[in-house]
Design a protein around this ligand. Structure first.
Ligand SMILES: [Cu+2]
Length: 162
């Protein structure tokens, strides 16, 4: 009886897919992949994930690159794109906060998809400099709001001073 109830309670969680998005792979100012199509209930795990081969071969990793500290934060598709605001642009946006891999801890942040609308994210690091450099991510982009146009909007957007 108890097991049956427990299984029923967990079943909806099991049905959702899980996606992994790497931030700063190979020290790049990138999200990998930079675009996802996901359904309600799916989980996106954003993870700071830099130079895995070096991790395996050498535990004494250099800790000096600011590229090892990024955020995934929703922002506007156009207009004030960079930097994304604290807390992220909503509704149903997100802000991972800074995921610092400076200590080699491979920090991550989970976002559970709650609608099928397009959401556009970037990185808050360096007062928007990573955003302007094109470090952007699109969840469920559309024919009208494409990843490519969002990236162009970020790269041509003057940094908004707070
Ligand atoms: Cu960044």
């Amino acid at each position: 009886m108890f097991k049956a109830i427990l299984f029923a309670a967990l079943a909806p969680v099991v049905l959702g897919a899980t996606f992994v998005v790497q931030l700063g792979l190979n020290n790049g100012l990138t999200f990998t992949p930079n675009t996802l199509v996901a359904d309600i209930g799916d989980v996106i795990t954003f993870i700071e994930f830099v130079l895995l081969p070096s991790r395996l071969l050498n535990s004494a990793l250099p800790r000096s690159s600011v590229s090892r500290n990024h955020t995934s934060t929703t922002t506007n598709f156009d207009g004030a794109v960079c930097p994304p605001p604290d807390g992220g642009v909503g509704p149903n946006g997100w802000d991972s906060g800074f995921l610092s891999d400076l200590d080699g801890s491979l920090p991550s942040f989970n976002y559970t998809v709650v609608d099928t609308l397009p959401h556009f994210a970037s990185c808050k690091q360096a007062a928007g400099a990573h955003c302007v450099a094109g470090m952007v991510f699109a969840l469920n982009p559309t024919a009208e709001q494409t990843f490519e146009q969002f990236q162009t909007n970020a790269e041509t957007n003057p940094i908004v001073t707070k």
